[in-house]
Each structure stands twice: as C-alpha cells, then as structure tokens.
Design a protein around this ligand. Structure first.
Ligand code: MIG
Length: 758
C-alpha cells in the first residue's frame, strides 16, 4: 500500500490525533534505524568451490568444498536434511521431533567426481560443484538444485523448474493456487520475469486484496508437483527472505542463517505427513471450537454482547462462541478488562456458558508503556522485552499507544506471559485470540513492524538438543570413502587457513542465548507468542484443551494455534481468493484456518454475505467478524430470505460436527488439513481452484460470483451423491448445477459414511 493510502486509512480507523502520534512513532523508528545502523562489510559473492573431501556419517555424508561444507543427513529414508555452512544454524523453533530411528545409507562415487547417497526412499547426487540432484527411489530426477551462493551473511539458491511444474504452499498468500501463476485465471509469469513472494510476516494494515504480498503468516516451504512426482522442500531459516519462481528456475534468498532445508518426496498427502512429523501436528481442539463463532470489532460492552446473544436466541440461530475484540480491555492494556463497560466479566461468561456459548478474548502482544501498569513494570524490571542494541526496551506505537514488546524468544518471557492467562481463565474465558503478532506496529511509512535493529535473546532452552548440529556425529568414519584431492589423500583435511572452512565451522556450534535482531526474529514472533500462550494454558487448564487463534505464525504454529486470514477485503474477488488462500495454508501444514465472513471491512451485499457464509460453513474455522465502523453484520441483519438461509447453514454445520471431529483426529494423526484441494485426492485430474474437499468424502463448490443461477462443478472419478436431494452423478464429469441462493453445490463421495444425518 502506498504511504498516503496507508495514512488515510489510519485516519479513518483511528482519527487525526492518533495519526499524528503514529507519525512521531515512525520518526522514532527511523531514528532507531539510523542510530544503531551497523555498517555492512563489503563482501564478494562466494560459491562452494571445488569438492575437496567426502566422508560418510551415520546418516549420510559430509562434503568439504573449497569455501563451504555440506552435510547430508537422512532423518528417515524419505526425509533428508541438507545443511550448508558457512552460516549460523537455526534454533529449532519449528522442529517437534528430534529422535529418529537409524537409517541405512549407501554411498557411491559417481564417475564425474560427485557422490550418490541412497536411502531406499531417496537418492541424492552431490555434484562436484555443490549442485544436488534429488530422485525418489531410483526414479528420474525430481529436483536439480544449484549450489548456494553467499554474499556476506545473505545467501541465495536456485533450482530448475519444468514448464508445467506447479508450486503450492508458502503459508498465507493472496495468490493463485499454483504460485507460479499471476492470477487465478492467468498463466505463468511473462517471459523472462519471475513471481516473487516475500518471507516477512506483515500486517497489511486493515485491508488486502489478491496480489498483495507479504501477509501475516509466512512459511518457508513449498510443494512442487512435477510430471514425475511431487516433493516438498522446507527451508529452516527464520530470517526475512524471498522466494521467486521464474520460467525455468526457482530462487530462494535469505538475509542470513545457514542454508538448511529438508526435502521429502511422495504424494502430496505423504509429503505433508512427513513435514508435520518433523514440525508437529495440531492437537485435538475443544469441540466447541469447530462450531460457529460470532465476533465484531465494536461489541463495546457486556450489554452489547448480551444483545447479540439475544439476537441469536430470538432468531433461533445456534452459536458456540463469542469473541471479544480489543474493546473489552482497559485502554487496550493486554490482560486487563474495562471495569465500566464489562463490570463483571465472570458473570457474563457464566451466563453465556449456560446457553452453551464459550467466550474468547483477544490478546495483543504490545504492552503499554505506563508506570501504573503491573505488566509493564514487571516486564521492564525483569528484562523481558525486546530491546535496542544498547539494552533499552524498544518502543513502538500500537493500540494502547507507545508499547514495549515481549521478547518471546526468551523462555523466561514465555513463562511469564503464559502465567497471565490465569486471570481471564478464572473469569470463565475459554479461548484466546492472538492478534497483531507479526508483530504489527503503526507506522506512517516503511515496514509496519519493529525496527530491524530490535534485539531478541533468541534463546531456546527447552529444545536446544544435540541432534540439531554436527555435535551429534561422534562416530564419524573419517576418510572411509575414496576421496579426490591431495590433502585428503594424505589423510588430513585441507588446511583451515587455506580454505577458510575451519573459521566458518565455528559457527556450526550452537550458542545458547545467541541473540538476534528483527530480521531474524520477525517471522517467529507470532509462533513464539503462540508457544508461550499454549504452554501457559497447558499448565493452567488441565484437563481442558487450550484453544488459540492466531493471525501470524511460522512453520510449526499448528502445534499451538489455529489461524484466520486477517483483514481480507470484502468483494467477490476476495471471496474467491480466500478459498485459494486457505488451501495453500493447509498445504503448508496448518490444518485449521478460516476467514472473516463477508470480508473484514466494508459492507458486503446480502448476496455476497450469504455466499461467503455458505462457504465458511465448510471451512475449519467458522466465524463472522467485521471491522469497527462498518454496518452491523450479525446473521439476521439482512432480513429474509437471508436469515433463514444462514440458519440452514448454521444447522448444517452442527450436523457436520461428527465428521469435522473425525477430520480433527485425522489432522492430529497425519497433519492432513481438513480442507484440501482436489489434487490431494485426485492427482491425475486437471487442477481445480474454485472447489475443495472437506476431508475425503465431501466435495464443496461454493458460489463465487454475483447473481449466479447455476454453477459448473467438476466431479472427480467415482460416484457422487448430491447433498441436497441425494440424486446420483457419475464422476469424471463436469456438471451444471442449479444454485438458487439457498444452496451451494455439495457432493458426498459414493460409498462414504459421514456419520452425519442429512
Ligand atoms: O489494527 O482488534 O485483524 O480482526 O478486529 C487492527 C481490532 C487490529 C486486526 C485484526 C482484526 C481485529 C482488529 N485488529
């Protein structure tokens, strides 16, 4: 968004005086950047150079190049980890599993001075220049990768792309299902150009539309579907970076950290299963979380909430949860409740619970700078906030005004933050909604987050383990391979001073509390806030299951939180985009996501609202939400026939609960998202991006255009039963289905048992 629009939007949302405060906060940000700017040393680009030495290790091999070292480390026969140094290894924030059974690897020299490592599941060929070719089993090459190139701490790496190769994932993207396309209907990038996606968790500021990038939730993984099979690659690197896809090659670039990534091949379901074995899966949610949630920025008092709930009762509409947005807090101070407007929150939640309605409260990470506020004082006294390079808590502007920001990479901060949920839990709050955790900061121009010089502790006491770096390999069989250089022939490694490798190797050791700046921690801020909340709730709430909804996150966030697609614009285009965005989020290992029904801002027409509602009834997270200042949008606001149609879909969702719950169990076991693109189950079909599968048995074809009377539906092979009238269709066909406002096409796969009464 350009700065002027950004400023105008902020004036609209928060008024002129607040906007002026934002301008001064932005000037402060610029001062920080200037004051602490570190000169970046001039460095020449570097590639690995020649392969000098190779040795086997218990799980693969280690390859010494003139300027770099490569470690290939199989976790299973189907999952391999590649690490290049130089570069600082990542702290294992994404990783859930560190102990893996032994793997048998056979290693052979190729004719051309390279080596082949085979596990049975995968075959990797390391070329003499550091390129790597990947095959599934002994099949054709699936991926041909160029060696990384370094420039100072930053590095890039390319891999070949086929013309027809399709790319999915990267977390939350307002982009086509195939990330190589320029629009949902479009083709691959124009000749010679590539499409670039940023890795930088960002609040687009109250509104986004198709094509905007980056958004709140970035995950550095993609799934590639080639004519020879599919694979997943996950870059375990938290630094800001970017991925581009061109006509013939993909390129990744990161601002720092070691080139470290995981590769697995298999069906799309298999690669997501293996990726989530590595990074963890979503635990079973509490049952109510799968129901309907009502929310609005602007339920300003307990009275407002009671009226909304009364509306649901009056219109005979089922409701499972109500969310309190920032309006419930005292001056937007996190973990406080405004005593005038919500005088007895405990009584309110108890009253709601009698009707089976659970209460969820929003929590923002920014802690108001206010000497009379306990949380602020404690955080400062105990040193729990992010700082400037000279150790002062950093300041930025958000809802409460000037704030400090908890350093969630510090385990002590996480523990402290996790304890804060106790009071709200005691007041009967059952779920927590983590917003603004990119983290977002209000700025007049530039990056709407913390200054890049912000310091984090980057400590990870709990998971710091031997298995994440070279220290694991105590039993290396040095020189057990034929080697192809003189130094190695004499039985010694090349002289360190000559190659520079030794110095770089020092970086391979993990240092606890290694410290990091915002460039490195931006992307994990949300993940770590979610970890803090989840672990706190696990301590506070047994036997209840924690429930957290989060806007930002990173690889592994599925272990702690659900996601929603943030402040999406409200139009037919964004409705269509949202479907695709959710599919790519699911393919990125996050099984639970949903969208603000009707879009966040604006005033959707009754028809758009109804169509969006109908789609949302089949998405994992099902919530009505709208921005402050917009016309009200509770399910009855549009009157008849809309209210009755919406009631039908609310009831339909209720009937789907046993099925949804079964899918939740499947997600917990295998990482499969509830909502899937058709190719998940039917890889041989042409891609379809305006329909989805809910589990393996329901096909949903939302109505995505205005005034539609009928809709084309692509039916995969098999027999399909129309949900509404049980008529039977032969699959492998495209059918034209009538779509009066009261329904969207839904089909049940023949021979499936949903456990649901229709
Ligand atoms: O700066 O809490 O995406 O759902 O209603 C806006 C107010 C902050 C952004 C969230 C939106 C929420 C709003 N928040």
């Amino acid at each position: 968004m350009n700065p002027i629009t950004q400023l105008l939007l902020s004036i609209q949302f928060i008024g002129l005086p607040a906007t002026l405060r934002i301008i001064s906060a932005t000037l402060l940000r610029d001062w920080y950047e200037h004051r602490f700017r570190a000169p970046s040393p001039a460095t020449a680009p570097q590639s690995p150079g020649d392969l000098l030495n190779a040795e086997t290790t218990p799980r693969g091999g280690r390859f010494t190049f003139a300027n770099a070292e490569l470690e290939i480390h199989f976790l299973t026969p189907h999952l391999v980890r590649i690490s290049w140094s130089p570069g600082q290894p990542p702290l294992p924030y994404a990783i859930a599993k560190t102990e893996w059974p032994a793997v048998n690897i056979s290693v052979h020299e190729t004719g051309a001075g390279g080596y082949t490592l085979a596990s049975g599941g995968l075959t990797l060929t390391v070329l003499a220049d550091g390129g790597i070719v990947y095959r599934a089993g002994e099949g054709d090459p699936l991926r041909a990768e160029h060696p990384p190139r370094w420039e100072g701490a930053a590095w890039t790496q390319g891999a070949r792309l086929d013309t027809g190769e399709r790319i999915h994932g990267l977390g939350e993207r307002a982009a086509p299902l195939n990330l190589r396309e320029t629009s949902p209907h479009g083709n691959t990038a124009p000749q010679g150009e590539s499409i670039t996606y940023q890795m930088r968790n960002t609040d687009p500021g109250g509104h986004y539309v198709p094509g905007d990038d980056p958004l709140y939730l970035n995950i550095p993984l993609y799934i590639s579907r080639t004519g020879r099979g599919s694979y997943l690659i996950f870059y375990e690197n938290t630094h800001q970076g970017e991925f581009s896809f061109g006509e013939e090659a993909s390129t990744v670039a990161f601002k720092g950290g070691m080139p470290r990534y995981y590769f697995t091949s298999g069906t799309v379901a298999e690669v997501v299963e293996r990726y989530t074995e590595l990074t963890g899966r979503a635990p079973l949610p509490p049952r109510w979380a799968l129901g309907y949630h009502q929310c609005r920025w602007g339920y300003k008092s307990a009275q407002d909430v009671r009226e909304v709930v009364a509306g649901f009762r009056e219109h005979n509409l089922p409701l499972d949860a109500i969310h309190l947005d920032i309006d419930y807090m005292d001056g937007y101070r996190v973990f406080t409740v405004d005593e005038e407007r919500f005088p007895d929150l405990a009584a309110l939640t108890a009253e709601l619970k009698e009707d089976g309605i659970h209460t969820v409260t929003i929590l923002d990470p920014g802690v108001k700078v206010d000497p009379n506020y306990d949380l602020y004082r404690e955080g400062v006294e105990r040193g729990l906030f992010c700082t400037t390079p000279n150790g002062k808590p950093i300041k930025a502007q958000v809802w409460p005004g000037m704030c400090h920001f908890p350093d969630f990479t510090n385990p002590e901060t996480r523990e402290w933050w996790g304890e804060q949920y106790a009071e709200l839990l005691a007041m009967g709050v059952d779920g927590f909604w983590h917003d603004m955790n990119e983290p977002a900061a209000f700025v007049g121009w530039g990056n709407p987050s913390l200054p890049s010089i912000t310091r984090y502790s980057m400590e990870n006491r709990l998971t710091l383990s031997k298995s994440i770096c070279h220290c694991e390999e105590r039993s290396v069989r040095r020189g057990s391979l034929p080697v192809n250089n003189r130094a190695a022939k004499s039985g010694r490694l090349p002289h360190p001073q000559k190659t520079g490798v030794r110095n770089d190797m020092r970086l391979m050791n993990h240092t606890e509390n290694q410290g990091g700046n915002h460039t490195e921690a931006n992307n994990i801020y949300g993940l770590m806030m979610n970890q803090a909340g989840y672990e706190g709730l696990r301590k506070l709430t047994p036997p209840h299951r924690p429930w957290i909804l989060s806007r930002a996150g990173w690889a592994g966030m599925q272990r702690y939180a659900w996601n929603w697609t943030g402040d999406v614009g409200g139009s037919w285009d964004t409705l269509r985009q949202t479907l695709i965005t959710m599919l790519n989020i699911g393919l990125s290992g996050i099984p639970y996501t949903g969208s603000d029904i009707g879009g966040f801002g604006g005033h959707p027409s009754a028809e758009l609202f109804t169509r969006w509602f109908q789609m949302a009834a089949f998405t994992p997270f099902f919530r009505g939400h709208s921005a402050t200042g917009t016309p009200r949008r509770e399910p009855w606001v549009y009157g008849e026939p809309y209210t009755s149609i919406i009631r039908d879909f609310l009831n339909l969702r209720r009937r789907l609960m046993p099925y949804l719950y079964t899918l939740a169990e499947e997600a917990a076991q295998t990482g499969a998202p509830l909502m899937r693109p058709l190719f998940w189950h039917y890889p041989e079909m042409a891609d379809v991006d305006d329909q989805f599968m809910l589990g393996d048995s329901l096909l949903v074809a939302p109505v995505l255009s205005e005034g539609a009377k009928c809709r084309r539906v692509t039916l995969p092979p098999g027999v399909w039963h129309d949900w509404w009238d049980e008529s039977i269709y032969e699959g492998e066909s495209v059918v034209e289905v009538a779509v009066g406002l009261e329904r969207i096409p839904v089909f049940v796969r023949g021979g499936r048992e949903l456990g649901v009464a229709r």
